[in-house]
Design a protein around this ligand. Structure first.
Ligand SMILES: Cc1ncc(COP(=O)(O)O)c(C=O)c1O
Length: 390
């Protein structure tokens, strides 16, 4: 452990040196199966040949330009990304570096959209209980989990939270005199893989359309193929006004995006927003490889199939430690009888990386390139760990 890092993370006792596909290796050469993907980031696994080639070649040509100009690769990336998200109605993109930054952009779009059309006082943004939207002061306001709201106030005002699934409460909370936007994770990640119901999302879309409130999906964890459709909201059959992406968007190179559909695409005018590194050539080159690989029906179908293999296997154990297995694609939550953290640590010791979510949920986010043999091996480790924890 280092004396030099601030103590912001609970770090597990392992130091990695390299990875290949769904495997990582530590300083002792010990191998680990990766069912975490760096929290949904390494979607193409580690050391993916096309990704490494694109990044290396781009690094030798042009790493940064700043947004006074554009680069050949950022033009291609933006076009491919908008087209990949067109099923949800997206027309334009603003490129940035992270999830929190993408959600900040979304909140700014909702507020300006509303201000220009309706004037002052209609700036509230509604999110769901259990949501996670980032660690900046504003995205913490948006995050509907009390435990993140300690010690750092005052937070940005104008955010409130409602329970997911309760259409009557949502109907009352979406007050058209005060509300600019509704920000939703179609499948919540951080709080334990919680998919919203189709009825709830359909009602949210109808209410937002009727009241001219922007419907915004935070797809930072659940987007980019993770649930088996390119965007998770697409599977609900609704059109969004804004979609935010980050995490896996450039396969591990920091990047984020705010996309907007017809109502919101022209809200940002020159000088309204910016980001020094956003959409830089290196991230764009990496992002093109991710999009070319993931935005393919056959590849997405494989994500869904692999996810079903895992949920069916873990569900079929009828294990005394397991309360529920749920998921969409390769975004899987396993509720267990005991605290998740000791199980996460025991899995690590046994050579498997899994994540915790909430208190008693194991979160599995394997890379999309994981193969059936690796899935089998990882599940065998998980079962053995749960057997000894029971
Ligand atoms: C749904 C969601 N939104 C936003 C964020 C924040 O992303 P970042 O850590 O890149 O700022 C996360 C990170 O876990 C997330 O899962």
């Amino acid at each position: 452990m280092s004396d030099y890092f601030m103590n912001a993370y609970h770090r597990l006792p392992v130091t990695f040196t390299e990875g290949r596909g769904a495997r990582l290796y530590d300083t002792n050469g010990k191998s680990y199966l990766d069912f975490a993907s760096g929290i949904a980031v390494n979607c193409l696994g580690h050391n993916h040949p096309a990704l490494v080639r694109a990044i290396s070649e781009q690094a030798a040509k042009l790493i940064h330009t700043c947004n006074y100009y554009q680069s050949d690769v950022s033009l291609v990336f933006a076009e491919k990304l908008v087209k990949a998200c067109s099923g949800a109605g997206m027309k334009k993109v603003f490129l940035c570096n992270s999830g929190a930054e993408a959600n900040e952009g979304a909140c700014k779009i909702a507020r300006k959209y509303s201000l220009k059309k309706y004037g002052e006082g209609r700036h509230r943004i509604l999110t769901l209980n259990g949501s996670f939207h980032g660690r900046t002061i504003t995205t913490l306001s948006a995050t509907g989990q009390e435990k993140f709201h300690r010690d750092f106030g005052p937070f940005t005002e104008g955010f409130s939270h409602v329970p997911g699934g309760d259409i009557a409460v949502l109907d009352r909370a979406l007050d058209k005199k005060t509300t600019a936007g509704l920000l939703i994770e179609a499948v919540q990640g951080e709080s334990g893989i919680v998919p919203q119901s189709e009825e709830f999302i359909a009602a949210a879309a109808a209410l937002c359309a009727e009241r001219d409130i922007l419907l915004m999906f935070d797809e930072i964890q659940c987007g980019l193929g993770r649930t088996g459709s390119f965007l998770a909201c697409e599977a609900y059959g609704v059109q969004a006004d804004v979609v935010t992406l980050a995490k896996g968007i450039a396969g591990g190179i920091p990047a984020g995006a705010v996309l907007a559909g017809d109502r919101a695409a022209a809200v940002f005018e020159t000088g309204d927003h910016g980001s020094t590194f956003g959409g830089g050539p290196l991230a764009a080159a990496a992002g093109i490889v991710v999009l070319d690989t993931v935005n393919d029906p056959a590849f997405l179908a494989e994500i869904a199939r692999k996810g079903k293999t895992i949920t069916a296997a873990a569900g079929g154990w009828n294990h005394p430690m397991i309360r529920e297995v749920r998921g969409r694609g390769l975004m899987i939550g396993i509720d267990i009888e005991k605290n998740a953290w000791p199980v996460v640590e025991a899995c690590l010791a046994a050579g498997l990386l899994v994540l915790g979510a909430g208190q008693k949920t194991l979160r599995l986010l394997p890379p999309f390139v994981i193969n059936d043999r690796e899935i089998e091996q990882g599940l065998a480790i998980l079962k053995a760990v749960l057997d000894s924890a029971a």
